[in-house]
Each structure stands twice: as structure tokens, then as C-alpha cells.
Design a protein around this ligand. Structure first.
Ligand code: NAP
Length: 251
């Protein structure tokens, strides 16, 4: 299957590490003009060193005002990947207000905010895009944790559940603007985030034993699903949560 993003403008959040970084690199490889957003400058420096066509934007997405400032001159974006998130694990009875607020601010509120900021520009140019027959596509990076309770994941599960519903409402309201909105919902991936929660082999086994394919997902397996949902190979797919979980949610 040939996929090309030649001439498309893409914005990837959380592009400094893990799935976001690999997505930014893949989009650039397939011809997109990529803006990479994250909060650690050294990650952006090394990303641009590897991929000089990428435009870096350093901002903490938890800061609404700073995000507005950082994104105000990005211009129209046709492909948006809301990938940045944090995962701090705590038993239910030990969840703190700070953890709750920080997680919802980054995992849900920033998705709403960055999407509003980019779609506002889209609306201005929407007629032009419809005339050219090309709309926009947004992929929110959710998780299997949105649909299945995981021990010590109270807040993370709640943010991803909220993200799945946000995805559906965005699909409903942005569809008429020819902007599709979907999510990918991976199982564990051994990025920095994945390693924090699942490096212990005993604990990892409790999860892999519940995945019919018997293993965690690779970063590229998640990236490929993101690229599919962004591409013109999925032009009638809108409002779905696509598991990338080896069958975990099917059981
Ligand atoms: P990761 O390796 O921790 O990378 C996350 C990236 O997001 C980092 O570059 C991080 O920057 C950035 N980021 C976090 N908070 C930010 C903020 N407030 N402002 C700007 N950038 C911010 O995570 P990952 O595993 O690639 O996860 C990517 C997505 O996949 C997340 O939505 C996650 O929930 C989802 N997911 C992951 C797994 C897994 O097992 N890894 C499974 C299912 C779903 P800093 O490093 O500078 O903080």
C-alpha cells in the first residue's frame, strides 16, 4: 500500500521521544512538512539533527497561554497528531489532586486546545481544502487503558476514557468541515513511558498473558496505524478508536 503525505503540513505533539518522535520522522520521510512540538529542547535539537526538514516548537502543553504563543504562527495544518501525554501510576487511594490535574491538563485539555488552535485555521481555509478534495485528519493517541481497567492506572485510564469520547465528539462536529478525527489505542509499548510501568518481567507477564498475540506492541506498529488513519486510505473512517493491542480488548 503506497502512502504519501507530500506537500501536507503536519503537527505532532510529544514528538521528542517514543511514538511521537517516530511518527514525526515517518511523516517527514513520506513527504510531509512536519512541525514537532515537545517540551525538552535537547530532544528537538537531536530530532532536527536527524531530520533537518522538521520545524521544532518547544513548549509545555500544560501551559495554555504559552501554547497559544508558540502555535500562533504555524499556519494551516492538515494532519494533527495529539500524542503528548503523561502517565503517573498510583493506587486509587493514593491519587493526589496534583496528579489528577496535571494528567487531565496534558492528556485531555491540551488535546482540545491544540485541536481548537489548528482547526480554527482550518475553518478559515476549509473551503479551499474542500475544493481541492482534501480535508484534514486528526489522530489522538489514546490507549487500551481507555476501555479496560488497569491496576494503579486510575487517573491515566480516566484521561484516556475522556480522550476517546473527546475523539467521538470532535468527529461529529468536525466531520462537516471534512476533518476526520480518530484515535489509536495501543497496548504497552516499550518507550520511556512503557518502561516506567512495565519493565519488571513478572509484571509484564501479567499483561502479555492477556494479549492473544502474546507480546507488547512495537513503536512502528503504532506509527503505521497512525499513518493509515491520517492517510487517504481511510477517507471514510471517522470517530473510531483503533486498538493496536494484539487482541487485548477483544477478550
Ligand atoms: P514517552 O516516551 O514518554 O514520550 C512522550 C513525549 O511527550 C515526550 O517527548 C514528552 O516530553 C512529551 N510530553 C509529555 N508531556 C508534555 C507536555 N506537557 N508538553 C509537551 N510535551 C510533552 O511516551 P510514549 O510511550 O511515546 O507515549 C506516546 C503516547 O502513546 C501517549 O499519549 C501515551 O499515553 C500513549 N500510549 C503509550 C503506551 C506505552 O506503553 N508507551 C501505551 C498506550 C498508549 P518530555 O519527555 O520532555 O516530558
Amino acid at each position: 500500500m503506497e502512502i504519501s503525505f507530500k506537500g501536507k503540513r503536519a503537527l505532532v505533539t510529544g514528538a521528542g521521544k517514543g511514538i511521537g518522535r517516530a511518527t514525526a520522522r515517518a511523516l517527514a520521510r513520506y513527504g510531509a512538512n512536519v512541525t514537532a512540538v515537545t517540551r525538552t529542547q535537547s530532544d528537538l535539537d537531536s530530532l532536527v539533527h536527524e531530520c533537518p526538514s522538521i520545524t521544532p516548537v518547544c513548549v509545555d502543553l500544560a501551559d495554555w497561554g504559552a501554547t497559544d504563543d508558540a502555535l500562533k504562527n504555524i499556519g494551516p495544518i492538515e494532519l494533527l497528531i495529539n500524542n503528548a501525554a503523561c502517565a503517573k501510576l498510583q493506587p486509587f487511594l493514593e491519587v493526589t489532586p496534583d496528579q489528577f490535574d496535571q494528567s487531565f491538563t496534558v492528556n485531555v485539555k491540551a488535546v482540545l486546545h491544540v485541536s481548537q488552535a489548528t482547526v480554527f485555521v482550518w475553518q478559515v481555509v476549509a473551503h479551499g481544502m474542500i475544493a481541492r478534495g482534501s480535508g484534514g485528519s486528526i489522530v489522538n493517541v489514546s490507549s487500551q487503558a481507555s476501555q479496560c481497567a488497569l491496576k494503579n492506572h486510575t487517573v491515566y485510564c480516566a484521561t484516556k476514557g475522556a480522550l476517546d469520547m473527546l475523539t467521538k465528539v470532535m468527529a461529529l462536529e468536525l466531520g462537516p468541515h471534512q476533518i476526520r478525527v480518530n484515535s489509536v489505542n495501543p497496548t504497552v509499548v516499550m518507550t520511556e513511558m512503557g518502561r516506567r510501568g512495565w519493565s519488571n518481567p513478572e509484571k509484564a507477564k501479567t499483561m502479555t498473558s492477556r494479549i492473544p498475540l502474546g507480546r507488547f506492541a512495537e513503536v512502528d506498529e503504532v506509527v503505521n496505524s497512525i499513518l493509515f488513519l491520517l492517510s487517504d486510505k481511510s477517507t471514510m473512517t471517522n470517530g473510531v478508536a483503533l486498538p493496536v493491542d494484539g487482541g487485548f480488548l477483544a477478550c
